[in-house]
Structure formats: C-alpha cells, structure tokens
Write a protein that binds this ligand. Sequence first.
Ligand code: DHB
Length: 394
Amino acid sequence: MSKRIDSTRRRVLQGVAGTAALGALPRYALAQAAPVKIGLILPMTGPFASTGKQITAACKLYMERNGDTVAGRKVELIVKDDTGIAPETTKRIAQEMVVQDKVTVLAGFGLTPLAFAAAPVATEAKVPMVVMAAGTQVIPQRSPFIVRTSFTLPQNTAPIASWAAKNKIKRVFSLVTDYGPGLDAEKTFFERFKAAGGEIVESVRTPLRNPDYAPFLQRAKDSKAEAFFVFVPSGEGLALMKQFDERGLRQAGMKMIGPGDVVDDDVLESQGAPAVGVITSMHYSAAHDSPENKAYVAAMIKNNPGMRPNFHSVGGYDGLHLIYEALKKVPNGNGEQMVEAMKGMKWTSPRGPMSIDPATRDVVQTVYLREVKMVNGQPWNIEFDKVENVGPGG
Ligand code: DHB
C-alpha cells in the first residue's frame, strides 16, 4: 500500500512513543484479500462494563448471522478494554490499534470523553471511527472520519419534552449527570419544555464518577414538582431508581421522565417494580414489536443467558452492519472512501428504520415514547407512540 498511509501511521506512533520503536515496524501492505480488522475499544471492566459487554455480544451476533468474511475479506474483531474512565487510555489504545494492529476501522466508544479522546487519532490516521455508544451531539464534528450508529441526547430528549408539556406536566425538577450527554439532555429538555409553557423548578448536576444521589433526591422531594426529569448514563439507573423509591419520591406521586437511559434494558429487570410507570423517549426498547427485533432479542438472550439486549447493543450491531455494507460498496476502499460509502446508508435495524445523514455523518431514526409496564411479571419499556426520522438535533 502507499507510502502515504505508512508515513501517516508512523506520525501517529510518534505521537505516542517517540521514534524508538519505528525501526521494528513491518511495512504496511494491503493485499487484495487483506483482512478487515475492526478495532473495538470499549469499557469491558469498571462502572460502565455493561456497555462493552452488550456491544461486544451484538457484534459477535452480527458476525454469526452474516459471516466472518465480507467482499472476499476476512473480518477480525479486535476487542480492547479501556475501562471506561480514562480518556488517555482510550487514546493510547486507538493509537496502538492504528499503528501496531493496522486496523481498518476503529469502533466502540462507550462514553463521550472517550470518543473525544480518540477522534484526533482517526483524523491523523485517516481511519473511519464508528461511534457505537456515545451520545453527545457534537461528537461527529470532532473528526471527518467519525460516523455514528448510536443516538444523540437531543434526539432522544426532544420527544419526551413535547410529551410532558402535552400531558399536563407543568413543574419539573431536573437531574442530569454533569458531562456532555447530560448537558445536551438538559438543554434540549429546558428549551422545548419551557417553549411549551413548562417550568423548571430546580436543576441539579451530579458527577460522572461516584455520584451520590441522596442529597439531590431530598431536594427534588422538597420541591414538590410534578415530574422528575433525569439523564444518567447506562448502568447508573439502578442506583438512582433504588434511591428514588427508598426516599419516597415515587410514592409521593412524582413522575419520572427523561430519555430512556435511566430505564436501560440491561438493568430494568433488576430495577423491578419501582420502575413501573416511568415514561421515557428512546430509539430502542427490547420490547419493540417487529420481526427483526423479536429475532434479535431471542438470539442475544440465547447467546448470553441472563442478559437482555439494551440500546447500546443495537449501536454495536448496526455499527457492524454499516461497516459490512460500506465494504461491499468499496471492498478495498481507504478510510475516506469507506466514510463516503457510509454516508446516506439506510436500513432496517432491530430498533426500526435508521439512516446516516450524509451531511453530519450522524444517525437519523425513529424515537419512541415508552412506559415501563409489567408483562408476565417482568418490567419492559412498552412503546405507545413514536416520532419518525428524528435527526441528531432532536
Ligand atoms: C453516554 C453514555 C451512556 O451510557 C449513555 O446512556 C448515554 C450517553 C455518553 O457518554 O455519551
């Protein structure tokens, strides 16, 4: 392959380790049937491990169903654990994957700060970067090589703001995790809900690391708001729901609303009865009623007993679909050609219809309104309405 890529990859390595290791690098050569290496960087341990486990399981299912070759090239999944908490670790792994593993695509990215950290690596190496989980709206602006298959917070928040305003909710207490997606959710909800005549009685932000919800929940209770708007990232909903229930907010009649991360399918069964009645808007529910989703959920549960697939899993599944379809269009395409091939792609996912907006390289999809209900003794997010073709701005 070209000297250009070789030297680009060397520059990336210099960024990490200086020049010492350069002499040992093999020459990069892309043969006709070179393998497609997908470098999946995810939190597999630590507080956000469920995101990594869900996405990895979904990527494996995609390959099981669609084969481990595409366009005549063998597909190799290289999974590395960034532990979810240190952006510099994600960046280092991305650099190693580009330089040492010579990946065709970087993928994964469980949280916004981790996607931000890897973006310059994708730009420098001209390697597509498929964001399968992180949800802050600006992410694709950080590199022309980013394409997103997850969701954005404005997209998943705008419908619940309209729903709340139309359903006689006037006074809301807001709690969001204090980083990109929380701030996006807060801004979108406040703008839309206030424009429709609603009032935010109090607004708090909790830290991403080791949050303690107790003092905030007491303030929420004292506020006597009609509804409690919440965004916490996947995994955090369990602790929050438990404390919301224990402190009597639910019993006091305060309605929990928000984007659907708080009632993530990965934790919903553990949340149990206290989650019943929570109303959220979200692009994916494991209870979504379609043949594609029924088959998907059954296959995920069969392969991973005890794990109900959540919204992050479909970000992974659809991310692999996007990579496979791009390779079918440009079998030996370089990074730029692959990103071009991804733009405008449209398909039916287990979540429903989705596409990649060619202008922003971001996801356009249906967002559903759902209520947690008990079905056969288990809580599920039951969809009752939907907004089609929602773009990244909501
Ligand atoms: C992000 C992570 C999540 O787990 C989630 O549910 C929403 C957003 C993020 O960091 O972008």
